[in-house]
Design a protein around this ligand. Structure first.
Ligand SMILES: [Zn+2]
Length: 169
């Protein structure tokens, strides 16, 4: 895209990152050392007991289409909180070649992302994909939130540049 100029700001947006992620659910980051030791965190799943209650999390991608780069997406790598039953079902089928045909499970978004309004506790539907691909996080389309609208309609490269700036400063 040599010479491509942004129609919004007139600059050239190059070398933009198309994935940003959280290493863990936010509650893990705020947990005590003792709570973390009793819990578990891998690149895919997290278990954490807080106040006597056990919480289960799964990492997935909130994919957002890039409207002026056809076929490409921006992804927030984020964690969702699932019921024990849902996380067990996903774990049981982790290596199952047919897992992409499993019905989606309900989850709550568990990371604060850089938006004007809180993103924690947005309702989601988590879709398993073929083994090797992280689950796809579908934000509940009935939720009124800028992030939900972005997933529904896609974002421009100019907006992607803003996201890069918001994350990396
Ligand atoms: Zn621009």
């Amino acid at each position: 895209m040599n010479g491509w100029q942004c129609g919004t700001c007139g600059q050239q947006h190059r070398g933009l990152a198309t994935v940003f992620g959280a290493q863990a659910p936010d509650v893990w980051m705020h947990a005590s050392a003792t709570e973390r030791e009793a819990g578990e965190l891998t690149g895919d799943m997290c278990v954490l007991e807080v106040g006597g209650e056990r919480h289960y999390f799964l990492r997935g991608h909130i994919e957002i289409p890039l409207i002026d780069a056809q076929g490409e997406v921006f992804s927030w790598s984020a964690w969702v909180s699932l019921s024990q039953e849902s996380v067990q079902k996903i774990a049981d089928h982790w290596d199952d070649p047919a897992r992409a045909s499993m019905p989606p499970v309900f989850g709550w978004l568990s990371n604060e992302l850089p938006y004007d309004r809180p993103t924690t506790s947005i309702a989601t539907h988590v879709h398993s994909r073929e083994p090797g691909l992280v689950p796809y996080i579908e934000l509940d389309p009935s939720t009124d939130h800028p992030l939900v609208r972005e997933q529904a309609t896609g974002i421009s490269l100019h907006r992607l540049a803003e996201i890069n700036q918001a994350v990396m400063g």
